[in-house]
Design a protein around this ligand. Sequence first.
Ligand SMILES: [Zn+2]
Length: 197
Amino acid sequence: MIKSVLDGITVFVDRDGTLNDDPGYLTHPDGLILFPGVVEAVARLKQAGSRVVLVTNQSAVGRKYMTAVELSAIHDKLERLLKEGGGALDAIFYCPHLPDDGCDCRKPRPGLIHQAKEALGIAGACSYMVGDKLADVELANVVGAIGVLVTTSSESQPAIEAHHRGDVQIECITLSFSGAVDWILQDALTRTWREYK
Ligand SMILES: [Zn+2]
């Protein structure tokens, strides 16, 4: 029996601009529109043995644009869509705070990753972080994950510029979440995981 390529590996995934079109503040399930190929890509990660964990900044909660219950309704829809395609999220962690709150969980600060590791019993890193924003790849660098940038939103440009300046390390820049999963499935074959925290 062939060992699954991503067995024991966690892929942390941003939400808005990575899995779905980012309308600014998404506050209702009707506004959740997944990009093409996302459902199939999450299913491929699961089939390869990966954990898939959503980590998302949702300051719309702190701004009182929506409640935590309304955010749950959006995530219920997300999980339903993924399950219909044979995929699933292992867990969702979100930061409800405002940028000025000084919390430790608003990306690029590492609190959401720490919460996930504790809740899911994830030892070591052995992980990828996929997102469309500078904060996502900065977070990858902070926690020792492999940073993957998707250019599905205009927010990716500052991250590319920071990468070119040498301010942030990005190991793959790709057009879509599906492309990110293609790359991860190949990249994982080449890794000696103990190099990572
Ligand atoms: Zn926070």
